[in-house]
Design a protein around this ligand. Structure first.
Ligand code: ATP
Ligand code: MG
Ligand code: MG
Ligand code: MG
Length: 452
């Protein structure tokens, strides 16, 4: 059966399909029954907005994409913790399957979850020095979080995660340590014990049946299996990066901008294939922002012509067997991307000139009025402007930007032709690096979990 669409069918709480479990949400909640109680899937997902947003990580980490393929196994009231953990270990380490060296695998469990700890430690035999309890109530000191939630509401539960140690020559520390943001210890697989449904007020309700949801990034496990460190070094990405170099004419194959472009062509092409189109609001605006970011990276590499749509053919060649929609809709995808290149191409150069002059003279902060003008007149989404600034270790005066936006809003309202707000919508503080936004380590979660 084909992967579910990236555009969620009936879920207004969800921007894009962000995990393999989305399509099973109602099964976990007990609203939907299937003729099976176990499943395995490979699901296309996009994390570029909403609860799980990795857009700002792309180009900066070895392991994040906006689009990736999530592998998973699921139990709907069938097996639970013990089997899930043993299945995961068997798949990763047994000679018949991936045969990974056990000494490179680290395991985290939810702080309160003694049961999972004991299964890993006593039954599977993972030594205590490679096991870490995460998500205690000492506050959100570091980003790690072992209570997985799909969104602000919906199925959730404590999880146990498996990390691969890529070796001492790479910077980074184990999860829960101050260096956990590094790329030495890379999370390859999350096993979630789905036990609760979080409602709008944040209260957790027990699910009808304890279930299992797991997610493993195909690109991350491919990197491990291909004996490379970064996702961007796997075969598929090397081919896309080489093609991106060809169409941009970039000199340096190692430029982070090529990784960004190789990443973004996947999310953009797959989103268009699933029916999204660039727009000034909602899902279409997220797509527009990703396309424009890719175009700007091409511009940075010296490519002033249209190039982005030219990557679709290579992508279809590489991924079209698994995802026939890429071939079926190739020309629609190319047209949509090219059209966006034409629209943004009209203002990009002038916008960049304005931005460059605003940044000249050793400034550390881009003023809000310029950021607003870039958005309003030149079609620079605020996160794109922030992306340029971040490359130079500068920030954007977001308060000033919002003030200018508000002033425009008032004016347009007065003029009765308010259109811009959606077009300038942005998420959160785009001026700083916030790779990790999920955090559900609140007292309520812990209290309920204890009471379980
Ligand atoms: P990370 O902490 O590295 O950001 P995560 O904890 O947000 O990952 P989960 O929500 O637990 O990830 O998703 C399950 C699995 O999907 C992860 O263990 C990882 O293998 C993979 N994954 C998550 N985000 C990405 C991404 N942006 N790009 C590629 N793979 C990803
Ligand atoms: Mg994580
Ligand atoms: Mg995780
Ligand atoms: Mg993440």
């Amino acid at each position: 059966m084909a992967s579910s669409s990236l555009i969620p069918a009936n879920d207004p709480t969800l921007l894009f399909t962000n995990a393999g479990m989305n399509q099973f949400k109602d099964v976990f909640l007990g609203f939907d029954k299937r003729p099976y109680t176990r499943a395995t899937t490979s699901q296309k997902v996009v994390r570029a907005g909403g609860k799980h947003n990795d857009l700002e990580n792309v180009g900066y980490t070895a392991r994040h994409h906006t689009f990736f393929e999530m592998l998973g196994n699921f139990s709907f009231g069938d097996y639970f913790k013990e089997d899930a953990i043993k299945f995961a270990w068997e798949f990763l380490t047994s000679k018949e399957w991936l045969a990974l060296p056990t000494e490179k695998l680290w395991v985290t469990v939810y702080a309160e979850d003694d049961e999972a700890y004991d299964i890993w430690h006593k039954q599977v035999g993972v030594p205590a020095e490679r096991m870490i309890r995460i998500g205690d109530n000492k506050g959100a000191k570091y980003a790690s979080d072992n209570f997985w939630t799909m969104g602000d509401t919906g199925p959730c539960g404590p999880c146990t995660e498996i990390f691969f140690d890529h070796g001492a020559d790479i910077w980074g520390g184990p999860p829960g340590s101050p260096e956990e943001d590094g790329d030495r210890y890379i999370e390859i697989w999350n096993n979630v014990f789905m036990q609760f449904n979080r409602d709008e007020s944040g209260v957790l309700h027990k699910l009808p049946k304890p279930s299992v949801d797991t997610g493993m990034g195909l690109e991350r496990i491919s990197a491990v299996m291909q004996h490379v460190h970064s996702n961007y070094e796997i075969d598929l990405f090397q081919a896309l990066i080489a093609e991106a170099q060809k169409v941009t004419g970039a000199e340096d194959i190692n430029s982070p901008s090529l990784k960004v472009i190789a990443d973004h062509i996947r999310s953009c092409a797959f989103l268009v294939a699933d029916g999204a189109l660039p727009a000034n609001d909602g899902r279409g605006y997220v797509l527009r922002r990703i396309i424009r970011r890719a175009i700007r990276h091409g511009y940075k590499l010296g490519q002033k012509g249209y190039f982005f749509h030219k990557l679709v053919a290579k992508l279809a060649e590489l991924m079209g067997d698994a995802y026939p929609e890429l071939r079926q809709r190739q020309s629609q995808i190319e047209d949509a991307l090219k059209q966006e290149e034409e629209v943004f191409g009209r203002t990009l150069e002038n916008g960049m000139t304005l931005l460059e002059s605003a940044l000249a003279g050793g400034k550390t902060v881009l003023d809000g009025a310029t950021a607003f003008k870039l958005a309003d007149t030149f079609g620079f989404p605020i996160d794109l402007t922030a992306d340029v600034c971040r490359e130079r270790n500068l920030t954007v005066d977001m308060e000033g930007f919002e003030k200018a936006l508000e002033a425009q809003r008032q004016q347009s309202k007065a003029a009765g032709q308010f259109k811009m707000a959606a077009g300038l919508a942005y998420e959160g503080d785009a001026s700083a690096f916030h790779g990790y936004t999920e955090n559900s380590r609140d007292a309520k979660v812990i209290a309920l979990y204890r009471g379980n």
